[in-house]
Ligand binder design. Structure first.
Ligand code: CP
Ligand code: NVA
Length: 304
């Protein structure tokens, strides 16, 4: 039966661990010059409604390296933009493609496509979630810290799509996650409540960024205004002023803490240039790991 990743709840802890193991193996083999091509002859569609540098190009490269072909599909150039129903598009694309990555505003769009498609559908970011990014981010944590367990992981900033996927990962893997978000920008209660109910970890939300980063092993942040929220930027900047990741805040964390940002970053807003370019930052390795985890995801979902 086909499997989708529309949210991290689609994966078990065993699935996470197996994706981490395989992506590290593929990463080592690539660096040794070995090419693994288990997806020869397969095609991957990428339906994007929003801009992307990393997710699009790392999925495309992952597919090419695995021997397959990526096909980029801009929604506005398809009949979806002229109201062809999603369920019809899903059934037609399932006759051509072997898998689909989607980046959309609405999470419902991805879920509707996944329901009607007979091929795997992968969430490459929606307004609600960014599951593949968090898989890749935890892979980076494992590389830098040797494990994802027993660490204090801080999220500072907006309770947004990235925060939601971190919350789900924390629930599934049993992580200690502390989120510092200003009033009015907390994570979606339905996302948080499900995670708290089913969690085997420790998830807390505070308004205090110092409390979140105090003794933390990992500090995460993201933009204050996500794609689609550009009109709210000014009010958001005021609300998030005290939530900037700067050297003073990083000094409250463990000495060997790592600082993560999914990118693109807005230097001088959610993170200072000094921290982004500084010794704690792992953002470039984090960006690279997107490709390695995407290879493991594609292989696990598309290989016969
Ligand atoms: N981190 C991330 O998803 O980046 P892109 O928007 O460039 O894909
Ligand atoms: N929260 C950001 C992530 C970008 C990769 C956004 O949705 O724009």
């Amino acid at each position: 039966m086909k499997k989708d990743i529309v949210t991290l709840w689609d994966l078990t802890k065993e699935d996470f661990d197996s994706l981490f193991r395989r992506s590290l193996e593929l990463k080592i083999r690539l660096k040794q010059g070995t090419r693994d091509t288990p997806l020869t002859g397969k095609s991957l569609g990428l339906i994007f409604e929003k801009a992307s540098t990393r997710t699009r190009i790392s999925f495309e490269t992952a597919m090419i390296q695995l021997g397959g072909h990526p096909i980029f599909i801009s929604v506005k150039d398809t009949q979806l933009a002229r109201d062809e129903p999603v369920r019809d598009t899903a059934r037609v694309l399932s006759r051509y493609l072997d898998g689909l990555v989607m980046r959309t505003y609405s999470q419902g769009f991805i879920e509707e496509m996944a329901k009607a498609a007979s091929i795997p559908v992968i969430n490459g970011l929606s307004d609600l979630y960014h599951p593949c990014q968090i898989l890749s981010d935890i892979l980076t944590v494992m590389e830098k810290k040797g494990t994802y367990g027993g660490l204090k992981i801080a999220w500072v900033g907006d309770g947004n799509n990235m925060a939601h996927s971190w919350i789900e990962a924390a629930a599934i893997l049993g992580l200690q996650l502390v989120l510092a978000c200003p009033d009015g920008y907390h994570p979606d209660p339905s996302v948080l409540n499900r995670a708290l109910k089913e969690s085997c970890g420790e998830i807390t939300v505070t308004a205090d960024p110092e409390e979140a980063v105090s003794d933390a092993d990992v500090i995460n942040t993201d933009v204050w205004a996500s794609m689609g929220q550009e009109g709210e930027a000014e009010e958001r900047f005021k609300a998030f002023e005290k939530y900037q990741i700067n050297s003073d805040l990083v000094a409250k964390a463990k000495k060997d803490a790592i600082v993560m940002h999914c990118l693109p970053a807005h230097r001088g807003e959610e993170i200072t240039d000094e921290v982004l370019e500084g010794e704690h930052s792992v953002v470039w390795d984090q960006a690279e790991n997107k490709m390695h985890i995407h290879k493991a995801i594609l292989e696990s979902l598309l290989k016969e």
